[in-house]
Design a binder for this molecule. Structure first.
Ligand code: KIV
Length: 270
């Protein structure tokens, strides 16, 4: 593993040489160090922290101040990984607000990229952020911030119209200047075809093993999520054996992402 800092250019290079990109969510300095040492390339300070850290039923109550705080905790500890910060619910409802949000997440929080959820309607916002020097990760498929509009946490893009909408949104966001795409809970065939079509890397979660990389919520892959974890996730602590430690579980995740044995068929949605 090289000690070079991971940049958007490094992620493009990984895509070009077909080496899957390993990403995990991360919310604090201790785990940021552990994940960086294991060789994870991208740390996502996800607003999933509202659910796994704060115990909320959805991500909607997470504030920008909280995202800036957790992004700072992660970015101070991880100096090599590329740190992406989620823009919380409604913090990018207008382009002006999005620019102010990105300024805080990158300036105060130290993120190297910001992530927002939504389709072609965000193209102008993505373009303005990119022009202002803020690399953008788009997020399509299941959009947790839109859970009330979607009517639940459901697989997206199963029908031809839904799949076509995701495809055209992805192309519009790439065209607008997005540097990366997270694709959540879509059929693996759709994710594979998007990874082949787009120039930018596509990171999947519940999107099969033919994406350019994988992301999981850290607490799900460490078996720390109370209740039933999502079907597309996997408890890597259970796999390596409880008592072996979190570092061994993260190493097992990393190697399973790199050799595409994760996600396997049982974690893949059709
Ligand atoms: O908030 C988050 O953790 C995310 C991942 C589920 C991709 O957006």
């Amino acid at each position: 593993m090289s000690n070079a800092t991971i940049t958007t250019a490094s992620l493009m290079a990984l895509k070009q040489r077909r080496e899957p990109i390993a990403c995990l969510t991360c919310y604090d300095a201790a785990f940021a160090q552990l994940l960086e040492r294991a060789g994870v390339e991208v740390l996502l300070v996800g607003d999933s922290l509202g659910m796994v850290i704060q115990g909320r039923p959805t991500t909607l109550g997470v504030t920008l101040d909280q995202m800036v705080y957790h992004t700072g905790c992660v970015s101070r500890a991880a100096t090599r990984c590329l740190v992406i910060a989620d823009m919380p619910f409604m913090s990018y409802a207008t382009t002006e607000r999005a620019v102010e949000t990105a300024a805080r997440l990158m300036g105060e929080g130290g993120a190297a990229m910001v992530k927002l959820e939504g389709g072609a309607w965000l193209a102008e916002t993505v373009a303005q952020l990119a022009r202002s020097g803020a690399p953008v990760c788009a997020h399509l498929g299941l959009l947790p911030q839109s859970v009330h509009q979607l009517g639940g946490y459901r697989v997206q893009g199963r029908d031809p119209e839904g799949a076509e909408r995701i495809r055209s949104d992805a192309l519009a966001l790439q065209e607008a200047g997005a540097s990366l795409l997270v694709l959540e809970c879509v059929p693996s065939a759709l994710a594979e075809s998007l990874a082949q079509t787009l120039q930018i890397p596509v990171i999947g979660i519940g999107a099969g093993n033919r994406c350019d990389g994988q992301v999981l919520v850290l607490h799900d892959m460490l078996g720390l999520t109370p209740g039933r974890a999502p079907r597309f996730s996997k408890d890597f602590v259970a796999e390596v054996g409880a008592g072996t430690g979190f570092a061994a579980a993260v190493e097992a995740y990393l190697s399973a992402v790199k050799d595409r044995s994760f996600p396997a068929s049982e974690q893949t949605l059709a």
